[in-house]
Design a protein around this ligand. Sequence first.
Ligand SMILES: Cc1cc2nc3c(=O)[nH]c(=O)nc-3n(C[C@H](O)[C@H](O)[C@H](O)COP(=O)(O)OP(=O)(O)OC[C@H]3O[C@@H](n4cnc5c(N)ncnc54)[C@H](O)[C@@H]3O)c2cc1C
Length: 513
Amino acid sequence: MAWDEECDVVVIGSGGGALVGALAAAKAGLKVILVEATDRFGGTTAYSGGGMWLPCNAALRRAGDDDTMEDAREYYRAVVGDRTPRAVQDAFLDNGAAMLDFLESDPHLEFAVYPWPDYYGKAPKARAGGRHIMPLNLTPEEIGALRDQLRPTLPVERLGEPLPEELVGGQALIGRLLLALKAQAGADLRLSTPFRDYVVEDGAVTGVVVGKDGAERRIRARKGVLAAAGGFERNGEMRARFGVPGELSGCVGAPGNMGRPIEAGIAIGADVDLMGEAWWSPGILHPDGTATFSLGLTGGIFVDANGERFANESAAYDRLGRDIIAAEAEGRLKRPFWMVYDDSTGGEPPVIFPTVPVGKAEDYVAAGYRKRGATLAELASEIGVTADRLEATVARYNGFCDAGRDEDFDRGGEPYDRFFMGEGGGSPLVPIRRGPFHAQAFSISDLGTKGGLKTDAKARVLRADGSVIPGLYAAGNTMAAVSGQTYPGGGNPIGSCAVFSWIAARDMAGTGA
Ligand SMILES: Cc1cc2nc3c(=O)[nH]c(=O)nc-3n(C[C@H](O)[C@H](O)[C@H](O)COP(=O)(O)OP(=O)(O)OC[C@H]3O[C@@H](n4cnc5c(N)ncnc54)[C@H](O)[C@@H]3O)c2cc1C
């Protein structure tokens, strides 16, 4: 085999997990080459809140958290069930705190609790304060020129907004990890270097083929290759082939996430799982036809094609996304569907975090995505449902608001439902009474796909017969998600990506259990 260069570990991708894996390998004394397809580091992680769900970690402990691993395991099992192997679930749960200790041993990396309720508030041992931490903010001075290499936030990328002063959430996570990596002599991070293929010798992955400046290079990886390159959410052909609901226009995953490391894995015999799955959310529709991840719904109701409610509108976004997909599959919901609300927000939809800011009302009206009626009957004809039905739906809902209990969908019944209702968590049962009445169009949005290469508890990629493909590891959205068909709590995507990347690096370094 003719190699262009050699190292110990190749890391594919540069989201949070990939950078954690690269840092762990470099700190273990290994020579690491990290390849990122696009001209910016960070992937979807850079757009994100940067939160990580890691039970019983040091940052939680410092804040006085009294959770136990037994409770966390009971919760996780109750939510995820047997959809993914128990050993892989345990690897995630049992290594989170140690992975965070590793990160916090670096002077660039510090985390604090950001209370965020677990997403299944009625599951046993769910925590109202969550198990969720975030990186500390970073100033422009601290990151310096490295900021030019960091993928900016979605509002900057899509709307051309100015860069925010401070780096917060995912920006801070990627920024801090890049600073930590720049201090490692053994880590070589490369932009605009797309992974194309694995090199296989005697059944083992021994390196990769990457593109660089119009040519191909073969890089030998003596210890192994970690594929942590996101999902295939930006690849319309793969989405269609694997039956992922929704459209590219509703995807808020990063542009480079085309799924090549998953495709190349399938080609060398890797097994895959959960390929129709994504991290879901309702998506507010913008005039350009995109739908974006929307959380913090503090009023209004969603109605289906019959003018009836079909879900708890304040449920955690992935659960709500799954309700949308189910209602569509039942034939009772057509996209776009409508959020109906009254005038108490001055005509603006009651959504706290639409990911990309909502622009001028007239643009939404011109695009046909915002409707208005002096009465509910008028609004009903605007959104194509019968007046009687919409009036009856709103009257029933207002009755629940007056009684303080939603008998149909138990909106407000879990801590997460009340989380965005201000200090102390008021009820999200906000009546719809004050005209004129409004409707905003919604669709389904995804934060990225979560089906991918099947791994064991050491993040080693498996063949269909359960045997390991030596030399190949996967994490994050490149790996079939440990959380299966659920989103147990904020910070699961990045938290699990970081944990399995860390496990992979330790296995390659020979320092893992
Ligand atoms: C607004 C928003 C907020 C969110 N908040 C949170 C949160 O707080 N906590 C949480 O856990 N999750 C959050 N999520 C979800 C989370 O950000 C993603 O699921 C997660 O970051 C995915 O991580 P990843 O490492 O798998 O992929 P990514 O972070 O997307 O990184 C993948 C990288 O791999 C690169 N790549 C792809 N193909 C190749 C190739 N062939 N060669 C080289 N490089 C390649 C891509 O260009 C990309 O840079 C949020 C998402 C959004 C959109």
